[in-house]
Design a protein around this ligand. Sequence first.
Ligand SMILES: Nc1ncnc2c1ncn2[C@@H]1O[C@H](COP(=O)(O)OP(=O)(O)OP(=O)(O)O)[C@@H](O)[C@H]1O
Ligand SMILES: [Mg+2]
Length: 360
Amino acid sequence: MTPTSTGSLSPVDGDIVVPEASDSFVTTSYIKGIAERALSYLHAGYPVHLAGPSGTGKTTLAYHLAALWGQPVTLIHGNDEFEVSDLIGTNDAGYRRSKVVDNYIHSVLRTEEEMRQVWVDDRLTTACRNGDTLIYDEFNRSRPEANNVLLSVLSEGILNLPGLRTAGEGYLDVADSFRAIFTSNPEEYAGTHKTQDALLDRMITIRLNPPDRNTELAIIKSKSGLDERESAHIVDIVRELRGNGENKSQPTLRAGIAIAKVLANGCGKARAGDQLFHHICYDVLSMETAKVRHDGHSVYHELVDGVISKVCPPKSPGRGKLRSAPKPKPEDLAEAGAAMQAKQPGALGAAPLAAGESKR
Ligand SMILES: Nc1ncnc2c1ncn2[C@@H]1O[C@H](COP(=O)(O)OP(=O)(O)OP(=O)(O)O)[C@@H](O)[C@H]1O
Ligand SMILES: [Mg+2]
C-alpha cells in the first residue's frame, strides 16, 4: 500500500488497510457538512460517490470518511485495463508435483503431477466477503464493462462469481457491513469513461467543487506551515486565476499547496516584484504554454503578473515610515501668520465665501 499524502491509511495485510485519523486533515464547516451528509448515506446503507474536478479533495475526503466509518478498507484505483477478473478474482492454474518413494523397493519412484484450477479472490470479492469499506478511487477510469459487476453488489447485495459456479459458489452474499465510497473525475477528462446510468443510479453522488476560501486557506496553511498572511496571498492569487475566463488551466488546491511549500522552504516572498515568487507562480500555475505573443511574451505570465500585483502589491518605499513633521517654533508661527494676513485679509479664520461660490 503506497503511503498517501493524507497518511490516513496503514497497511495490515496486502490490500487491506486500516484507516487512521490524519493530523494534517483539515476540517472546516464546509468539510464537516459534506462529511456528515456522506456518513448519513453510509449509515442508511448507500454507497457514496464523490464526483468533481481534479484537486477538489475527493480522494482525501474518501479516506477521511473511511477512517470515520472505522471498518478495514480495501482500496482499488480505476484502471482502463481492468477486466472483471481484476476486481473479483480469477481461476489461477495451480500446478502440483509430488514424489512417492517406495520404502521397501527403493528402486521404485513414482512422480505425480497435477494441474488444478485454484480460485484466487481479488479485492472486490475480499471486501464483499469481509464486509470492508471499499474505496474505489477514480472508478470511471475503468471501462464500464468491468464495473458492471458492481450493479448486483450495490442493489441486491450479491456478487456474481462465474468462475466458482462449478464449485457451487457462483454467488457470494455481500456482508452487511460492506460499504463503498467511489470517486470520479468529470467525463471530459482524458482517460475517463462515461459511467452507465444504472450504476450511478445505485449510488448517492456528492458533487465537489474547489472549496470555499476559508477551507482552502486552512488546507494550504496546514500542508505547508506557511504563515497566515503569505498563505492568504497565495489562496487569493489561485482563486483569482481560477475564476478568470481567459485562463483555461484552472489551478487546483494542489497548485496553492505547491507554491506555499516552496515559499515555506525559504524561497521568495508572496508579493509583487519578488522575481522569484513571480517565477514560482509561472511554473506552478501555468499549464498552458502555447499562448506566446509574437514579441515572445507569454500571455499567461502577464495574466499572473497582473493578479499578483492586484492581490499583494509591492511595498511602497515610504509606507510605514511616515515621519512626523518637526514642531514649529513660536517665532516661525508668528511669521507665517503675518504672511497670511498680508495675502488674505481676515485670515487665520475661514475666509468668507463670495456670492455664488460654493464649498465644493
Ligand atoms: N480536508 C483536507 N485536509 C488537508 N488536505 C487536503 C484536504 N482536502 C484536500 N487536501 C489536499 O489537497 C490536495 C488535493 O486533494 P485530493 O488529492 O484529495 O484531490 P482529488 O479531488 O482527489 O484530485 P484528483 O481528482 O486529481 O485525484 C491534496 O494535496 C490533499 O492532501
Ligand atoms: Mg483523487
